[in-house]
Design a protein around this ligand. Structure first.
Ligand code: FES
Length: 130
């Protein structure tokens, strides 16, 4: 029987790790800001692949959400950050930044994005978590 893998050169099929992968970053994570641009208790809007992303520093933990409110598709903004929640100023719905759920109507959920912080740089993956 003819075995295909017999003809495969040694080491083939493995891909070399990039520096980003060695740092625990999927190649799809993109640098969007530095930690000093988002001090604790503040938010910042960034654009990633044409999407507006809200970054929030909640006690040193960075949360990334889509800047589109699930209630009426309007921008949430960053001014409504209070503790671990953000309030959309259009109709005052409040969203928990950790779970993404609206505190008044849990069926409304903001779209969250995976975040990694490496060497004081913030990386976000465009693969949304719902
Ligand atoms: S559009 Fe955000 S609460 Fe209505």
């Amino acid at each position: 029987m003819f075995k295909l893998n017999r003809w495969r050169p040694k080491g083939r099929g493995r891909t070399a790790q990039t520096g980003r992968e060695r740092d625990g970053l999927n190649p799809r994570f993109m640098r969007v800001a530095s930690m000093n641009e988002v001090p604790p208790g503040t938010g910042k809007l960034v654009t990633m692949m044409g999407r507006e992303i809200g970054l929030f520093n909640v006690g040193g933990r960075i949360e990334a959400i889509d800047n589109t409110c699930p209630h009426n598709q309007r921008p949430i903004g960053t001014d409504g950050l209070t503790g671990g929640t953000v309030t959309c100023f259009w109709h005052n719905m409040t969203f928990d930044l950790e779970s993404g759920a609206c505190t008044e109507a849990p069926h409304f959920r903001i779209t969250k994005y995976p975040v990694r912080v490496r060497k004081q740089e913030i990386y976000v993956s465009p693969d949304a978590q719902i």
